[in-house]
Write a protein that binds this ligand. Structure first.
Ligand SMILES: Cc1cc2nc3c(=O)[nH]c(=O)nc-3n(C[C@H](O)[C@H](O)[C@H](O)COP(=O)(O)OP(=O)(O)OC[C@H]3O[C@@H](n4cnc5c(N)ncnc54)[C@H](O)[C@@H]3O)c2cc1C
Length: 379
């Protein structure tokens, strides 16, 4: 007997979106996740900063993060082999000429979280002693921000899919999708499959996949973001530092093992691709972090870039396509697709099985209609 070719749900893309949706869908039927690369998380999901913060997210992403927190803190039995969340903290800092940005941020975030603190210059320097004190005004501190073990989360979802009888098949790019009275025929370079429902979790390629299925693209824009890993100054124990970010999103740096990860917070629109960092952007990352601190970055251990993909209103797109039956969108998570994955996966599974959202999600203000592709397809 050959491999099974008929499934209740076929999920395209084994990034965090695809495997989280696959995990919750596998509780309802047979799931196949198809991934064009040799392993899950090869693209954006394997290139993130792995941060969880509710306070520094937009209201809907904040609600989706809060809806994900319980799962991330106390995942189901046998889901993970190690803990997923570790306390980290996040401080957004500003100079005197950025005081208005700091005030505005504090005003906004302290309404979301009672533990948000406005830090004086001295307290900021206690937390991140390498900051250049000259001209620095202070910071807004989210002590509840956490570091996410992204690989543990990704592998937990994949393990769960398998435990529920589902499969992940790497090295299979979905090249063709056609619908008939019998449902979808999904063609890869290796195999032809049948399913009732196709979940489009193709990240930066979601519009490309939609066109292969005969659906109209939604205007998803992948944006490049550049990161470096560099040697930490030897005189400090950087492992205890929070993530430190410029309040006007010019840079951030954070501990990564005994080294530091730095990011330019750039947003350069790109076509979907295996994105690589630009040399100028790497130089600019170094420059901005050196200007903001007393650090002299002597050695870059590695550099990389990832694509954060959004539609114009920066709200994720979750729901059935309005014109092509059985084609389900799960895209546009921008910079929050890791910390919101458990909730997004549950929302996707509820909507794809035409069930109600979990009651606690509605209480949090997670509005399925606000995320529907309908808002982008009716204009
Ligand atoms: C530098 C950086 C820092 C970030 N920091 C954070 C953070 O701290 N916290 C946070 O929550 N988020 C963060 N993000 C955002 C987060 O990484 C993304 O929102 C998330 O990874 C998106 O997941 P995805 O599954 O949609 O995309 P991807 O991980 O890109 O997955 C899509 C998958 O689809 C596959 N695919 C595409 N087309 C096909 C096809 N035709 N057939 C088969 N497979 C296909 C691709 O190969 C890919 O594996 C960051 C992103 C970047 C770049």
């Amino acid at each position: 007997m050959g491999p099974q070719t008929s499934f209740d749900f076929i999920v395209v893309g084994a990034g965090m979106a695809g495997v989280s949706a696959g995990y919750f869908l596998s509780q309802h039927g047979r799931v196949l996740v198809l991934e064009m690369e040799s392993h899950a998380g090869y693209h954006t999901s394997g290139r993130s900063a792995a941060l969880f913060t509710e306070a520094f997210a937009s209201p809907l992403f904040c609600a989706l993060s809060t809806g994900s927190k319980k799962f991330l803190m106390t995942p189901p039995d046998r889901f993970a082999q190690d803990k997923i969340m570790t306390p980290r903290g996040a401080v957004l800092v500003g100079r005197a000429d950025q005081q208005a940005s700091l005030d505005e941020l504090y005003e906004k975030t302290s309404q979301i979280s009672p533990t948000i603190e406005f830090l004086t210059l001295d307290r900021v320097l206690d937390l991140v002693p390498v900051l250049n004190s000259e001209g620095l005004a202070g910071g807004v501190f989210d002590q509840d921000a956490m570091a996410i073990n992204v690989n543990e989360l990704l592998q937990g979802f994949i393990r769960g899919i398998r435990q529920n009888g589902g499969e992940l098949r790497p090295d299979e790019e979905v090249l063709g999708l056609s619908i008939s009275g019998n449902g979808w025929t999904v063609t890869t370079g290796k195999q032809t499959y049948q399913t009732e429902i196709v979940v489009n979790a193709a990240g930066a390629w979601s519009d490309v996949l939609a066109e292969r299925a005969g659906a109209a693209p939604l205007g998803l824009v992948p944006q490049r973001r550049t990161a470096i890993l560099f040697d930490a100054p030897e005189e400090f124990n950087v492992r205890e530092w929070p993530i430190c970010m410029d309040v006007d999103e010019q840079y951030y740096f954070k501990p990564e093992g005994g080294a530091l990860m730095g990011c330019l917070m750039d947003q350069t629109p790109m076509s979907p691709c295996d994105v690589q960092p630009d040399e100028m952007d790497i130089a600019m990352t170094v420059d901005r972090i050196q200007n903001a601190t007393t650090m002299n970055i002597r050695r870059i251990v590695k550099s990389w870039a990832g694509l954060r993909t959004s539609v114009e209103d920066q709200v994720p797109v979750v729901g059935f396509d309005q014109t092509v039956p059985g084609f389900f969108w799960l895209a546009g998570q921008g910079g929050f697709g890791i910390q919101t994955a458990p909730a997004m996966g549950q929302v996707a599974a509820a909507l794809a099985t035409r069930s109600a959202l979990p009651a606690e999600f509605e209480d949090l203000g997670i509005d399925a209609l606000a995320m529907s592709p309908k808002r982008l397809q009716n204009s």
